[in-house]
Design a protein around this ligand. Structure first.
Ligand code: NAP
Length: 355
């Protein structure tokens, strides 16, 4: 099939399909999908030649947008999922012809998908925003290590010639020290003692990938988008006039807009300079109270009712630390690489999301 690429240096991907940017887990509609078939690219995207990208966790909040992003530039996508029926609801390719480049594969077919892919992006893992029982804690760790280990083994077993040349692991940002490590300028004791260990093991699993595969470990902040992640939980509270800082409000909130994290992942697929640890957070982290003030302003709702620490612990269990104990993270490496953040300030990011 011929692909028409037209230069449009002022047209960026997200501008060209912005009405679709906040679509949720519901299947993409006919009208939304039509808008993905935009073959104009910016200078930024034009350099990427056609790729075949296998994505685990593609059905999730970040993965869905990444698939749209890849499709918009006419790359082939292989959705590696635990459930074909769930993935087919989200990417109804066969039935509607609107996701023609998306192939869906359950675990037994992952090997065939990975072989012949240009790159693999690993996003899978049990959600962390639920109440942490001891079983959930175990699952949070084991699901990530299990999928990463499987992906790494399948890449390593792939014969040369069909072995992917890039592996991206996208994960939370908790880790203080490692080779080529980016610094986190503030991290609570709890994170340092408990969650870092999970992340270290997780990254350690990814580091077992063959040395001829370029590995990018993208450590991300709290992703802001309308229909998923932290904001999806906060917006309804604010709309009921019950929004406010969680805990003291003084904890750091290292965030990134969904478009920026997807663009960063996308850039890392094709740009060989993106390797090792890269913090995926916006350049200007804020205190949580400031973030809540901006959210209240954007929604036209007050941010006046602080949620006390004990209430959060009652709802989220040990997982409350994710919101109660922040980390201040800056994207030094991404800046060094010249990554063009679209949203540098949380106020602008929230305005764009709510507009
Ligand atoms: N969203 C954020 O703000 C944020 C912040 C920091 C880090 N992260 C990390 O970035 C990654 C992607 O985030 P996300 O928000 O897109 O996640 P998500 O919406 O929760 O989606 C994750 C995907 O992982 C798969 N999955 C769920 N439970 C699993 C299990 N027990 N075993 C194997 N796979 C499982 C599911 O895909 P299938 O059902 O199709 O298999 C799911 O769609 C996650 O590892 C997350 O922890 C996210």
């Amino acid at each position: 099939m011929d692909v028409l690429l037209c230069r449009a240096s002022t047209l960026t991907w997200s501008q060209s399909i912005s009405p679709c940017l906040h679509s949720s887990a519901k299947p993409f509609s006919r009208c939304e999908a039509k808008k993905f078939r935009v073959f104009c690219t910016s200078d930024h995207t034009q350099k990427a030649s056609q790729m075949t990208v296998s994505v685990t966790g593609a059905t999730g909040f970040i993965g869905r947008r990444l698939v749209q992003r890849l499709q918009a530039d006419n790359h082939q996508v292989r959705v590696l999922t635990r459930s074909r029926s769930k993935a087919e609801l989200i990417f109804p390719g066969k039935k509607t012809r609107f996701f023609p480049g998306v192939m869906i594969a359950e675990e037994p077919q992952w090997r065939d998908c990975i072989q012949g892919s240009t790159a693999v992006v690993n996003l899978a893992g049990t959600p962390i925003g639920t109440r942490w029982s001891s079983e959930i804690k175990k699952e949070i760790k084991e699901s990530r290590i299990r999928v990463t280990s499987k992906v790494v083994d399948l890449i390593n077993e792939s014969p040369e010639g069909v072995r992917p040349s890039v592996l991206e692991l996208v994960k939370p940002k908790y880790l203080m020290r490692a080779a080529h490590q980016e610094m986190i300028t503030w991290l609570s004791d709890y994170c340092a003692k408990v969650y870092c260990l999970v992340c270290r093991e997780w990254e350690g699993t990814a580091l077992k990938v063959n040395k001829d595969v370029r590995l990018a470990l993208i450590r991300i902040g709290i992703v802001l988008g309308k229909d998923g992640g932290a904001l999806a939980k906060m917006i309804p509270l604010f709309m009921m006039f019950a929004g406010g800082p969680l805990g003291s409000g003084q904890q750091w909130f290292s965030w990134i807009h969904l478009d920026d994290i997807v663009n960063l992942i996308y850039e890392a697929l094709s740009n060989p300079s993106y390797r090792g640890v890269i913090n995926g957070t916006a350049p200007n982290p804020v205190r949580l109270a400031e973030m809540c003030d901006h959210l209240g302003n954007v929604l036209g709702r007050p941010s006046w009712l602080p949620v006390p620490e004990f209430a959060l612990k009652a709802v989220l269990g040990e997982g409350a630390f994710v919101v109660l104990e922040g980390q201040r993270v800056v994207p030094a490496r991404a800046k060094e690489l010249g990554f063009p953040f679209k949203y540098r300030y949380v106020k602008d990011a929230l305005k764009a999301i709510m507009s």
